[in-house]
Design a protein around this ligand. Structure first.
Ligand SMILES: *Cc1c(COP(=O)(O)O)cnc(C)c1O
Length: 352
């Protein structure tokens, strides 16, 4: 027995990075979190308002209506589906469902900042494989797989660079990955992909070791609601559901998700507008002399290296909030035309 000793938390938590959210700057243009600009559709807001009437009651434990609707909407078997508290929540559940202490999780770097965080929280070991030309290096991921590897995250398109892996290379990669290693295709930006050679991960689900992760946070304009879904082999999906915090997809999220699928046409039209703006924004930046990789997501990546912090401050001075990865580069969401104009003006006036 220890008398007089304080309660301590796990020492290894000191090494877990904090998830960095976009800055809140009143009155500023927010291009920092890859959200869809403008409010969710009116029909979705109405469904959310309706759902608030019953917030004294717990939501459906299995999110039954949402599960049924999601399965039908995306044409997947319900047994292969899990919904979660954002796809971040599902990333964490995937690691928890597959890994014991010391197991390895492989991912490109830089990629989605949640991957190392959820990995460490689950006491697994993150293995970072450097990007090559701003893109996920599939050969590098393959070479990093060991007997301890349980899971590989592949964000396609990649966040924060917007780059993609294409059908032939991804198929070849999946052919070579050991069958007991789960490849999680994180398709948070799938709805913004216009290149026909970027595969829909759902097409790989005949493989038992592939999972496809999607979110309502970006194209569906529901980042504040926290809702995502994963489609995988039934036994993987069951494991993901098992480790979920009960009721973590709340009553309002369940209603909002269903309404957002009902409003799909309106939302996809907004996504299409973003993909048109994306071409204009990137071309303007390239014209100014910035090296911006081709992007299939709703954001652009400026690999500014040493000048990242300075560029970020310059944008903040002009009331444009973007996301800076100090020493590496900045990521700017493609928003509405006027918002993009403000960002482009900041880029134009940045002293170089
Ligand atoms: C934004 C993003 C997500 C979505 O996270 P949510 O928790 O659903 O908001 C997932 N993966 C990647 C790569 C992202 O950029």
């Amino acid at each position: 027995m220890m008398l007089g000793m304080p309660v301590t938390v796990r020492a290894d938590l000191a090494d877990v990075a904090d998830y960095v959210a976009g800055k809140k700057l009143p009155g500023a243009i927010i291009l920092s979190s890859n959200e869809l600009s403008g409010p969710a559709p009116a029909s979705v807001l109405a469904a959310i308002a309706d759902a608030t009437a019953e917030v004294n009651r717990y939501p459906a434990i299995g999110a039954d209506d949402l599960m049924d609707r999601t399965a039908a909407h995306f044409g997947v078997d319900r047994a292969r589906l899990a919904v979660g508290c954002g796809s971040v929540g599902l990333c964490q559940q995937l690691v928890q469902a597959l890994c014991v202490q010391g197991d390895e999780v492989v991912f490109g770097w830089r990629s989605f900042e949640a991957y190392p965080i959820v990995t460490q929280i689950a006491m697994a070991r993150g293995v970072r494989v450097p990007l090559v030309d701003n893109a996920i290096d599939l050969a590098g991921l393959l070479a990093a797989i060991t007997d301890r590897t349980r899971l590989v995250f592949v964000a396609n398109p990649n966040n924060p660079t917007g780059t993609v892996v294409r059908t032939a290379e991804l198929t070849d990669f999946l052919d070579r990955v050991p069958s007991n290693v789960l490849v999680v295709l994180d398709e948070a930006y799938r709805e913004f992909v216009t290149d026909a050679d970027v595969p829909d991960g759902m097409g790989f689900l005949d493989r038992q070791n592939v999972a496809v992760l999607r979110t309502f946070s970006k194209a569906y304009a529901l980042a504040g609601i926290r809702l995502g879904y994963v489609v995988a082999a039934p036994e993987v999906a069951a494991g993901v559901r098992k480790v979920q915090i009960p009721f973590s997809v709340n009553r309002i999220a369940q209603a909002a998700g269903i309404a957002a699928m009902d409003a799909e046409a309106e939302l996809m039209a907004r996504c299409a507008d973003v993909t048109v703006e994306r071409i204009r924004v990137r071309a303007a930046l390239v014209d100014m002399g910035y090296a911006v990789p081709a992007t299939q997501a709703n954001f652009v990546w400026l690999p500014l290296g040493e000048r990242t912090a300075e560029f970020n401050q310059h944008c903040l001075d002009q009331k444009v909030v973007i996301r800076a990865f100090v020493g590496e580069g900045v990521r700017a969401t493609v928003g509405l035309p006027a918002e993009n104009d403000a960002f482009l003006e900041a880029a134009r006036t940045f002293p170089r």
